[in-house]
Design a protein around this ligand. Sequence first.
Ligand code: IPM
Ligand code: MG
Length: 366
Amino acid sequence: MHARIALLGGDGIGPEVVAEGVKVLRQVADRCGHTFEFTEALIGGRAIDETGNPLPDATLAACQASDAVLLGAVGGPKWSDPHAAVRPEQGLLGIRAGLGLYANLRPVKVYPALAGASTLKPEVVAGVDMLILRELTGGLYFGKPQGQSGSAPDREAVDTLHYSEGEISRLMRMAFDLARGRRGKVTSVDKANVLASSRLWRTVAHEVAADYPDVQLEDILVDACAMYLIRRPADFDVIATENMFGDILSDEASMLAGSMGMLPSASLGAGRERAGAGRMGLYEPIHGSAPDIAGQGIANPLATILSCAMLLRWSLDLPAEADAVEAAVDAVLADGYRCRDIMTPDGKLLDTRDMGSAVAERIGKG
Ligand code: IPM
Ligand code: MG
């Protein structure tokens, strides 16, 4: 197939890890007879420096003209002044909203070879294989009014947690559909004992559940969920939750896998009515721009490479190619290759480029 992929390297280690993702995608294209056309565009701090805008119109247009978007990371100390009018993160929120990407999939899987890399006991993290499904374009991140007013000592600030029934039901439907292809369990996470938006969330979750009698639904309050993620993480299958809760719980859950450097994500919108194409999606590692190690060539590219596997599966409808990338990552880890963040006592340390090459070399090998 022929596919167009927009590349938004962004800031810090973003461009370094995206380069390794592209290396792997080129290998997939060569081995499997596809052509992938890559277009680079600006986002985040670099876009602010070059255009004054964290999400230039040309970037959104390039993404809209593509079948999928691969993003590195945005942000860094240079742009983190809380008084600044423009911030790199606005680019990320803008592209999520601009492309209508309401569902954020964050799979958390513990690789047996890396069980020792987690700070939790190996017997607690053994068998962890969950999918956090985070609502991405509603809630506190986008609700209006939002802002600060007044002057010292009477300053005030407000954020608004708003959800419509439609926003909740489309996310919950995706959660149930995904659970059908997994272990058949959805955990809906809310704060229904306090928040009106969470009571609507829980009501709609149960209404949607009526259409999925084969899938089990449980409700857990967000504070309890934070506790169970550490105590009995292997019990979770699909966790469906609102934007802010999902942001926090997914960082917590990432520690089960030992490092954020291992965790991919996909942000999906509605399906596209085009032959041979899947859903429009944006794919990114869940880690940030890591300015402390940027430019040193030591970042772990596996989260980005695994995000490319999700891109192949969800936006290009190439499940066999996605499986091949994931199998190549498994093989590299089983062979003992590591980056610094997942180093184990007997591991063989690789830098960013060599790790990308190690995965690429294994694509298509039996
Ligand atoms: C994430 C990040 C972003 C978020 C930030 C950078 C705006 O933390 O993708 O989880 O809060 O959504
Ligand atoms: Mg986050």
